[in-house]
Ligand binder design. Structure first.
Ligand code: SF4
Length: 349
């Protein structure tokens, strides 16, 4: 339980405390999310670098390897950057629609997208991420970007930059012209929940038994008929599900976690929830899912199993202490993905 000198930051799940010298310290709290488990499954060594070795690496007095891992974990690829920028602009479109009561003009949004794109690209090219903080007083530096290619000294062909810029603009145009944005704009904006991208990587977190679960809904709104809607902007082109009996895979897991959150935490009736996947790189193609009891049960099992899996690499499986076993328990999983891994430079050391 939080004491007078200790408080839990709801957005990040970190516990803030104060040492005797009144200096703020952070504890690396255990948590679970789909992306965390997915990194664990993909490569345990990368998981170790990302969630443990990098911990405290923002501190000038931290050990050198922690500082390096911390710097590396923040690198992104071109496709990941594209997704981040599109999500950021989508958030701004929704905020503007809410405050001005109309969808912003395409020309204005396009100029802002290009300006943000260029500023971020230059920031990364100049390697300003090496010395400029990503957050100032908890708020994200809007143009902060660290591309893996720039840090690793890899030339990015201009056509790749152009392609990425074009995809960002295509995605934003698709969103502005989409039926879902039109539908959203006609609902009560006081009930909108817009991803707070300026302050937090994860929009929501909740307690599941003793573990903090992180999830990231891009946007939530209530339709005029009372339906509660969760929207996920997708910026990766993939094939649409072909039949009703599809294996939803990761989308199914995400759906279940969102459903769990909406029912168990927000108190929405199961039959009243819809989840929209909007593929912005495919003309804002909509895939709509409904939630049922099965998906909630599946999510509960998935979370329980996931927590046990991540706890298996902690001393005494103790998630309260969250002390990792030695790094030998986090073997590297070498393969093609190493070429794109943020940590490849330290992996062999
Ligand atoms: S370089 Fe490969 S093996 Fe090493 S941490 Fe990255 S993904 Fe894992």
């Amino acid at each position: 339980m939080a004491t007078n000198s200790e408080a839990t930051d709801f957005k990040t799940g970190f516990t803030k405390g104060y040492s005797r010298r009144n200096r703020m310290v952070f504890k690396n709290n255990f948590g679970w999310s789909i992306s965390r488990e997915s990194l664990f499954d993909s490569c345990k060594r990368a998981y170790y670098f990302h969630y443990y070795l990098s911990w405290g690496g923002w501190n000038r007095n931290a050990p050198e390897d922690s500082r390096r891992a911390f710097k590396l974990k923040r690198l992104v690829s071109l496709p990941l950057w594209r997704g981040q920028l599109v999500h950021y602009i989508a958030t701004k479109i929704l905020q503007s629609t809410r405050s001005k009561k109309r969808i912003p003009a395409e020309d204005d949004v396009t100029s802002y997208t290009i300006e943000s794109f260029n500023k971020q690209l230059n920031f990364s090219k100049e390697k300003r991420y090496r010395y400029e903080p990503k957050k100032i007083r908890g708020k994200l530096h809007t143009n902060w970007l660290a591309l893996r290619d720039h840090e690793y000294g890899i030339d990015i062909p201009p056509r790749h930059i152009e392609k990425t810029r074009g995809e960002c603009l295509k995605a934003i145009k698709a969103l502005l012209e989409s039926p879902i944005l039109d539908k959203i704009s006609k609902t009560d904006s006081s009930k909108w929940v817009i991803e707070d991208i300026d302050f937090s990587e994860f929009a929501q977190s909740f307690q599941f038994e003793k573990t903090t679960i992180f999830l990231k809904t891009d946007f939530m709104f209530r339709s005029n008929d009372g339906t509660f809607n969760i929207v996920d902007w997708k910026t990766f082109a993939d094939n649409p599900p072909s039949s009703k009996k599809r294996d939803l895979g990761r989308a199914g897991d995400q759906l279940g976690i969102y459903g769990y959150y909406a029912t168990a935490i927000l108190g929405e009736p199961i039959g009243n929830i819809k989840m929209y996947e909007i593929n912005l790189l495919d003309a804002a193609r909509e895939v709509v899912y409904t939630i049922n009891k099965k998906s909630i049960e599946r999510a509960t099992k998935r979370i329980n199993k996931g927590i046990a899996k991540l706890a298996s690499v902690l001393t005494d499986n103790d998630t309260e202490k969250n002390n990792p076993l030695t790094y030998q328990y986090f073997p590297p999983n070498r393969g093609n993905k190493c070429k794109f891994c943020n940590f490849s430079i330290i992996c062999d050391e």
